[in-house]
Structure formats: structure tokens, C-alpha cells
Design a binder for this molecule. Structure first.
Ligand SMILES: Nc1ncnc2c1ncn2[C@@H]1O[C@H](COP(=O)(O)OP(=O)(O)OP(=O)(O)O)[C@@H](O)[C@H]1O
Ligand SMILES: O=P(O)(O)OC[C@H]1O[C@H](OP(=O)(O)OP(=O)(O)O)[C@H](O)[C@@H]1O
Ligand SMILES: O=C(O)c1cccnc1
Length: 494
């Protein structure tokens, strides 16, 4: 997708501070020190109970083409510090010019249902490289994960009704639109109106017609008849340009003509007014006119909450056209995914876990080289354990809530799957591109194995995610030690 739109390489698609740190590591001779970083979010978006991982394919495509070309280096050479001297040594720029990624990456497959604190990606390799990748990886994973999650919520609300993604006109630019169409499809939408997304990504495309078509004729009846003549095999008539229920009757008349010609009207579209009332009335008119199979498509600023409300009102809508609120992730414009250092390798080859403290328990990081083990039974997801691969799982087989250590759960006698899989080794991709349909199917199957109380929109139950008890105890010890040395440092200086 990226390759199609922009000319690679895109190594400068990063925050300047990644390059200032890279420069520092290079100058100190630490560029190749091995490190582990994790990419994760702390809380699921939309005050919901889960997220759907997406964006890995674009991240891998980005990493495959990663290199600084001569024009990038020229640009970096032009940057200056506050003394007007060059920001970077020429030797460092030569080093960047030669740089080829050698990192290893483990990642959860796209379409996996994920929860707060769980690494979606683990990057291991020379610290300079790991650091440079922070910003583009977050850019690529945060947005698609956010939209795939929104789409999962919307399609969950829609149940068996198809959801059509109509967001292109309201999306955040070209890549925002394409990425949103892709992620929406992963999250469960059935098709997109975005034809370029159809061509580039193989997502099914669907379309009806706009009010302008109706307005361009003298009468609505003529507009429908002419549309039917032009496109007899794709007739969804937009009925609300003048009087909605009258429009439905006009659509039925044209539907009957179509039928005489051997074609079947697909349905009608409602785009304003009380969608519950109008769909119920429209259903009756369509049924009485002999069109019980005709679809009722609805659009107009719809989201998961409006779908749930319309369903509770007995709406007869059978297909949902959702644009703005899906592709702009209403009402949470960003996923707060972060990328944190979790371990570094020492000169003697041993790994040292790293921790960042915070006043807020949820922001204190999790040290180590992490993996997520998911426990299930009878097709239901029961709980996830975050453990440190450098130590393995503690035989006590217990998880401890990282925010409230009094909350613990034993996870034994269940089947377990490790979520992070190796996708890149020494800078080389080791897994082929996965079909979007397979990713979408994974999301659908995992969402179905999530308890409905965790899927619900308001005040969902919290899915059990915890630290392996051994990891919890080591982390707790590190927190105490770090606090103590902070305290001793203060004593010495006072
Ligand atoms: N029965 C309903 N229950 C809950 N929400 C509804 C119902 N019918 C429509 N809505 C939603 O209410 C909002 C209606 O928007 P608005 O008040 O602008 O009316 P409108 O019919 O779109 O008017 P306009 O003719 O200007 O387009 C939309 O988000 C729509 O999806
Ligand atoms: O409402 P959304 O979920 O974003 O779905 C896409 C909207 O785009 C089209 O109309 P447009 O918004 O261009 O014009 P209108 O609202 O005046 O019909 C369409 O009729 C939908 O209403
Ligand atoms: O095909 C449609 O009905 C459509 C496409 C984009 C936006 N609104 C509606």
C-alpha cells in the first residue's frame, strides 16, 4: 500500500529525536548493543474491553524497504544545532547510508484480539536500529489497530447484517483512507466504497447512488427508472431526496418493471430522518409490493451505539453504510500505543531487564523479553499471561494483575497458545503476506470466543490479563530497588 502511494525509502518518516538518540549511541560506540523494545497500548480504545491488532503487514513492508538514500543524507547534513554547526557528523551520515536492518521481530498476527499491556510487537536487535523504528512502527500499528477495533464494535452491533464502509470522503487523507478501509475489513466490515482499496487490497467494493442523481432528473420516478435502465443488476434506490415513504413506493414501481425484464431490485437506501420508523414503514411497503427480499440499507452518521439503539427500536435495516464514525474512529481519535525499552544486553552477554517507574501503576513498564500466553477451554478465551522468555513461566502457573496485585488467577489444565510469532529475523521477513480474508476470519473467530460481557460497549468486564507470578515478583523487586536508590540519592544530595 505504502509502496504504491509513496516512493520508498521512507527512513526519514520518524521523529527527529530518534535520530538524535541514534547519533548519541553511535558516538558512544553503543550502536550495536542488543536491546528489546515492546509495542503495546495500556487501555483498549472506546472504553471497550478489547482491541483487534492490525497494521503488521504495512509495518513489515516498511521495514523491508528501510534505508537512507543519498537525498535523505543530504537533507540530514543540512540540519544544524543552535550554534549553526551541523547537527550530525558526516561519518555518522555515512554510517546511516550503509545501515541495513538486522533486527528480529516477534508479533501477534493481525486480527488477533489483544488487551492492555500485551506486546503486539517485540523488536530485538542493535539499540540504534530498535530506537529508529519506534515512530514508524507506532504510526503504522496504532491507526489500523484503532480502526479494526472500531469496525469490530460496529460489526458486532450489526450482528449478521453486512456493514459497508463508506468513509473515504471523511478519512484523514489518502493513506488514512486506505489504511482505514483495510483495517475496517479486518474488523468485520463486508465491503468498502473505496475503489482504490478494492484494487490495491482486494477488498470487495459496493456502491449505490447519491441524491445528486435523483436531483438531476425532473422526477424521482424518472431518476430510478433511468438508473435501472443503466444498471439493472445493481439497483439500490436512495429514497429520501423528497418524501422518503413516497420514494419507497416509487422504488417498488421501478422494481416491478425490472422484474418484468428479468432483473431483481437489490433494495433501497435511507439516508435521513428517523431510521427506525422509516425502515419499519419501508419494510411494510416493500413486503406488500412483493419485495420481501429487498434490502434496506441505512446511512447517516451511524455508529455502534446508534445501531444498537435502532435494533432495540425494532428497526428493519438489513445493511449498514458507515463512513465518518468508522474511519475517524469516533470518539477516540488515537490509540495510545507506546514503544518501550524492556531489556539490554551487557558486555558479558547477560540480559538486564529495564523498568520505567511512574506515579501511575499502569504506566510503570514491564521489564524483560515478553511473550503472551493465551489460555482457552471449549472455544472460550479465559485469560492471558504475560511472561518473560528469559526466565520462562513460573511453575505456580498464576497471573497477577499488574495494577492490583491482590487480583490473581490460576491458569492450569487449559490449552495455551503463545501469541507472539517470529516474523522477521536479522532484518529479513520470515513469514509471507497473509491473505486479508484469513486475517478477517481470525478476528471474527477470536471475537466469537470472547465472553459477551467483555465485548459489550458500556462498562465491559475486564478480560483477565496478568503477569506471570515470577515476573510480577521480579518486577516488584526492581520497583522497590529503584525507589530505594532514588530515595538514597535524594538523602545524599540534601
Ligand atoms: N430512530 C433513531 N434512533 C436513534 N438515532 C437515530 C434514529 N434515526 C436516526 N438516528 C441518528 O440520528 C442522527 C440524525 O441526524 P440529524 O438530526 O442531522 O437528522 P437527519 O435526518 O440527518 O437530517 P438531515 O435531513 O439534515 O440529514 C443520525 O446520527 C442518525 O443516524
Ligand atoms: O454518514 P456517514 O456514516 O459518514 O456515511 C457516509 C455518508 O456520505 C454520504 O452523504 P454525505 O455525507 O456526503 O452527504 P449528506 O450527509 O448530506 O447526505 C452518504 O449519503 C452517507 O450519509
Ligand atoms: O454507495 C453509497 O451509497 C455511498 C458511498 C459513499 C458514501 N456514501 C454512500
Amino acid at each position: 500500500m505504502i509502496d504504491e502511494l509513496y516512493k520508498p525509502p521512507l527512513a526519514l518518516l520518524t521523529d527527529l529525536y530518534q535520530l538524535t538518540m541514534a547519533y548519541g549511541y553511535w558516538k558512544l560506540g553503543r550502536a550495536d548493543q542488543q536491546a528489546v523494545f515492546h509495542l503495546f497500548f495500556r487501555k483498549p480504545p472506546f472504553q471497550g474491553g478489547y482491541a483487534v491488532a492490525a497494521g503488521l503487514e504495512q509495518a513489515l513492508q516498511y521495514l523491508q524497504q528501510f534505508r537512507f538514500d543519498s537525498s535523505d543524507l543530504e537533507y540530514l547534513a543540512s540540519l544544524t544545532g543552535n550554534d549553526d554547526a551541523p547537527l550530525f557528523d558526516q561519518q555518522f551520515l555515512d554510517y546511516l547510508g550503509q545501515l541495513r536492518l538486522s533486527v528480529d521481530i516477534d508479533a501477534v498476527p493481525e486480527g488477533t484480539v489483544v488487551f492492555g499491556q500485551e506486546p503486539l510487537l517485540k523488536v530485538r536487535g542493535p539499540i540504534l536500529q530498535c530506537q529508529l523504528l519506534e515512530t514508524p512502527l507506532l504510526n503504522l500499528i496504532n491507526f489500523q489497530t484503532l480502526i479494526a477495533t472500531k469496525s469490530a464494535r460496529i460489526t458486532t452491533a450489526a450482528g449478521d447484517d453486512p456493514v459497508l464502509e463508506f468513509g473515504l470522503r471523511r478519512a484523514q487523507g489518502i493513506d488514512g483512507a486506505l489504511s482505514a478501509s483495510r483495517a475496517a475489513y479486518i474488523g468485520g466490515s463486508a465491503a468498502t466504497s473505496n475503489v482504490l482499496a478494492g484494487k490495491l487490497l482486494g477488498i470487495p467494493v459496493k456502491g449505490t447512488h447519491a441524491h445528486s442523481w435523483v436531483m438531476s432528473f425532473d422526477t424521482e420516478a424518472e431518476a430510478f427508472a433511468q438508473y435501472a435502465a443503466a444498471m439493472p443488476n445493481n439497483c439500490v434506490f436512495l429514497v429520501d431526496t423528497y418524501d422518503t415513504l413516497d420514494g419507497v413506493r416509487q422504488a417498488c414501481e421501478v422494481g416491478k418493471q425490472l422484474r418484468r425484464q428479468g432483473h431483481e431490485m437489490v433494495g433501497i437506501r435511507l439516508d435521513s430522518g428517523d431510521l427506525a420508523y422509516l425502515s419499519i414503514e419501508a419494510r411494510q411497503i416493500l413486503d406488500e409490493a412483493g419485495f420481501p427480499q429487498a434490502a434496506i440499507v441505512a446511512s447517516n452518521d451511524i455508529d455502534e451505539n446508534i445501531i444498537a439503539s435502532l435494533k432495540s427500536q425494532g428497526s428493519q435495516i438489513t445493511i449498514w453504510g458507515i463512513g465518518t464514525k468508522l474511519v475517524t474512529a469516533f470518539d477516540q481519535p488515537a490509540l495510545g500505543g507506546v514503544y518501550k525499552l524492556a531489556a539490554t544486553q551487557q558486555a558479558d552477554g547477560t540480559w538486564q531487564p529495564k523498568i520505567k517507574l511512574s506515579e501511575q501503576a499502569i504506566k510503570t513498564s514491564i521489564p524483560g523479553s515478553l511473550q503472551v500466553r493465551r489460555y482457552h477451554s471449549d472455544g472460550q478465551m479465559l485469560g492471558d499471561m504475560i511472561f518473560d522468555e528469559l526466565h520462562g513461566v513460573d511453575p505456580r502457573a498464576m497471573i497477577v494483575d499488574s495494577k492490583d496485585p491482590t487480583r490473581r488467577k490460576r491458569l492450569t489444565h487449559f490449552t495455551a497458545t503463545d501469541l507472539l510469532e517470529n516474523v522477521m529475523q536479522a532484518g529479513q521477513r520470515v513469514q509471507p503476506e497473509e491473505a486479508l480474508t484469513a486475517i478477517r476470519q481470525r478476528a471474527r473467530q477470536q471475537l466469537a470466543s470472547l465472553h459477551p460481557t467483555i465485548r459489550r460497549f458500556m462498562n465491559p468486564h475486564e478480560y483477565p490479563v496478568g503477569l506471570d507470578i515470577g515476573l510480577h515478583e521480579r518486577r516488584d523487586h526492581m520497583i522497590q530497588e529503584a525507589r530505594q536508590s532514588q530515595w538514597q540519592g535524594k538523602e545524599r544530595t540534601s
